[in-house]
Design a protein around this ligand. Structure first.
Ligand code: PLP
Length: 394
């Protein structure tokens, strides 16, 4: 037996463990310090009441012989796929139900989707970015090109003459930079992919934060995208499902390469290797799209938006450059006076007891940057902003 030696090429990710280690070491020596954590990208507000009552009802159904459900359809129950199609239709995007695949979250699907691509495809991944794209391709032994996301291009790389790619990752609004593509910019990527026969893997996990009319929430708002893009989405940030686990992936019927329907390949992959999301969770996810559910999740999202505003307002006042914070829960700031993200991390921890995420943990272009998240409580975000003002306004 020969193991998959590509795993040896993975870079060890010490990002969150190093953060935890540094914070714990500091807290041990300064037990009185009130440390404010704006580092981890997990939500803090609970599930909406509409979701909870739908899940309770589903639990009761599971306890009765007449309404008990066993294995469900691998692609998701019709009731949820219909609700998701309705969510897109309200934004002017028409999807067939068989194009929607319900999953246990975007992370799994972003990794699993590689099953339907040949190993020899070249991959283009932005740098910095959500690390899952890089690691899953390294595991598969694929060669990766990086598209530099820098202050010069507003952290939104665009296709260039010599860009090499069969598979293109786009994450918008982006984790970690918070930058989001306009429809015009996405059109350029769609045209590029169509011209080369490439496929775009579009991660829309943060689409619910988009407010600006010029920005796309789905790549299918762009003409031609159904012939070249797969979209990944999640209930995690939209409705607090990080621990409940539900997402969905859209693989359009029009997406065909070498005469093969990618929708059919993904259907085959999912029905072979996946047994679906629990009925109870899918009923909870369905409730997100009811008028009541929409109103309740909007209230939670508004809290995170206000937090993002508090942080970006603080940086505006300090004259520190940043992206995100407006159509995203992430604020990506330059480390003022520091070229090394980790040195800035230590400085903030020691001098203000505020924790964020060093940008270099998301790719080499993240060096000198720092990610703050809006997922904390309102009180701790306010207090963190005050401390940043005091420390960095000196
Ligand atoms: N995509 C991006 C860009 C993310 O930041 C995350 C989670 O932080 C995910 C996907 C994973 O989402 P899920 O919880 O649905 O697996």
């Amino acid at each position: 037996m020969k193991p998959n030696l590509n795993y040896k090429n993975l870079e060890e990710s010490y990002l969150f463990s190093t953060i935890a280690h540094k914070v714990n070491a500091y807290a041990a020596v300064h037990p009185q310090a009130k440390i404010l954590r704006l580092g981890i990208g997990d939500v803090t507000l609970p599930l909406a009441p509409a979701v909870i009552s739908a899940m309770h009802a589903a639990v009761d159904e599971m306890g009765k012989k007449e309404t008990f459900r066993g294995y469900g359809p691998e692609q998701g129950y019709d009731f949820l796929r219909t609700a998701i199609a309705g969510y897109y239709a309200r934004r002017g995007v028409k999807l067939e139900e068989n194009e929607i695949f319900v999953s246990d979250g975007a992370k799994s699907d972003l990794g699993n989707i590689l099953d339907i691509f040949d190993r020899d495809n070249s991959v283009l991944i932005p740098d910095p970015v959500y690390p899952v794209y890089v690691d899953t391709n390294v595991m598969a032994g694929r060669s990766i090109h990086f598209a530099a996301a820098t202050a010069q291009n507003g952290f939104l790389p665009m296709p260039e003459e010599n860009t090499e790619a069969d598979i293109i990752y786009i994450c918008s609004p982006n984790n970690p930079t918070g930058a989001a593509y306009t429809r015009e910019q996405l059109r350029a990527w769609v045209d590029f992919a169509l011209a080369r026969g490439a496929v775009i893997l579009y991660d829309a996990a943060y689409e619910c934060f988009v407010r600006d009319e010029a920005l796309a929430r789905s790549i299918y708002e762009i003409e031609g995208a159904k012939e070249c893009a797969i979209e990944f989405c999640s209930f995690s940030k939209m409705a607090g499902f990080t621990g409940t686990r539900c997402g969905y992936t859209v693989v359009p019927n029009a997406l065909v390469r070498s005469g093969v329907s990618l929708n059919k390949l993904w259907l085959r992959r999912q029905t072979t290797k996946f047994n679906g999301v629990p009925y109870i969770v899918q009923r909870g996810a369905e409730a997100v799209f009811t008028p009541e559910g929409q109103k309740q999740i909007a209230e939670n999202l508004e809290v995170y938006r206000r937090n993002a505003h508090v942080l970006s307002d603080c940086l505006d006042g300090l004259g520190i450059r940043y992206t995100g914070g407006k159509n995203s829960p992430y604020v990506w700031m330059e480390c003022p006076g520091f070229s090394d993200s980790w040195k800035f991390f230590d400085y903030l921890l020691e001098e203000a007891n505020v924790v964020g995420t060093p940008g270099c943990g998301f790719g080499k272009n993240g060096q000198g940057y720092f990610r703050l998240t809006a997922f904390g409580s309102e009180a701790s975000t306010e207090e963190a902003a005050q401390r940043l003002r005091r420390l960095l306004g000196k």
